[in-house]
Design a protein around this ligand. Structure first.
Ligand SMILES: [Zn+2]
Length: 260
């Protein structure tokens, strides 16, 4: 009997130790409002043409800044509460590791590690932005709505970090290089791929993603007119951003995207 008890204790300790090593602990249930907003963010980005079947949006867990919430690998327009997974900042899931996951989730974790001020991250293949990731014409701010672009956005050249790859930021070294290149900026373009956008909340990161796409489209139109383009000054951008919130737009986007 004593042997059996010892064997059971050993077995259970061994099991729990193995479990702790493999899986990070959960921060517990997230705020239902945060979950609702994360689902809305997914659908708004799809509705506005910033993401299609690809692309993703995450938010830090409200109970623990070292955890973030992100859907399993699913088209953003289809994401539901059941699809949301919790990750540590190394982008390991706290449960259900067998579910299919976004291979580029590492972008989110590595940015959260380097940027404590960032609460939400979007990775997208924003179609109007991509030409500016491969051209020597830099993306610049031409409209008030894109004031955050006026600071100048970096471009991530994946060849500098990983040589010739399949273009996906899908390991820690590439994710860290991307986050370092982002620095303190609002977004980073990714050569031949898309962009990563950051913000202090889901409305901010969604708003910036929408106006990054629109700003790129408007700049291409302004250049196509053929004259000289009069861009915003970085100081104008700073003053715009100091007053910026997306409260009014978020209410509208959310209502439209959620069919309410
Ligand atoms: Zn991608």
């Amino acid at each position: 009997m004593r042997f059996l008890l010892l064997a059971l204790m050993f077995f259970s300790c061994g099991t729990s130790t193995t479990f702790a090593q493999q899986r990070p602990a959960s921060a517990g249930p997230a705020d239902p409002k945060l979950i609702e907003d994360l689902i809305a963010a997914n659908r708004i980005l799809a509705m506005e043409g910033v993401v299609d079947g690809m692309g993703h949006v995450s938010v830090r867990h409200n109970r623990d800044p070292n955890r973030y919430l992100l859907s399993l690998a699913r088209a953003p327009e289809l994401v539901t509460a059941e699809d949301l997974m919790e990750y540590d900042l190394d982008s390991n899931p706290v449960r259900d590791p067998g579910r299919r996951q976004y291979s580029e989730r590492i972008i989110h974790g590595e940015i959260y590690k380097l940027r404590p001020d960032v609460i939400a991250v979007v990775h997208n293949h924003s179609p109007s932005v991509i030409p500016f990731t491969v051209s020597n014409v830099p993306l610049r701010a031409i409209a008030h709505s894109g004031g955050f672009i006026a600071e100048g956005l970096p471009v991530f050249e994946i060849r500098d970090a990983g040589g010739l790859t399949d273009m996906l930021v899908n390991n820690a070294a590439l994710g860290r290089a991307l986050a370092q290149k982002l620095g303190g900026k609002s977004a980073i373009l990714m050569r031949g791929h898309g962009a990563a956008v950051v913000g202090k909340s889901l409305p901010y990161v969604v708003g910036r993603s929408i106006y990054l796409e629109l700003g790129a489209k408007l700049q291409a139109q302004a250049i196509a007119l053929g004259g000289t383009v009069n861009y915003l000054d970085p100081e104008e951008g700073r003053k715009i951003e100091a007053r910026r919130d997306y409260i009014r737009s978020w209410e509208l986007w959310k209502r439209k995207a959620m069919g309410q």
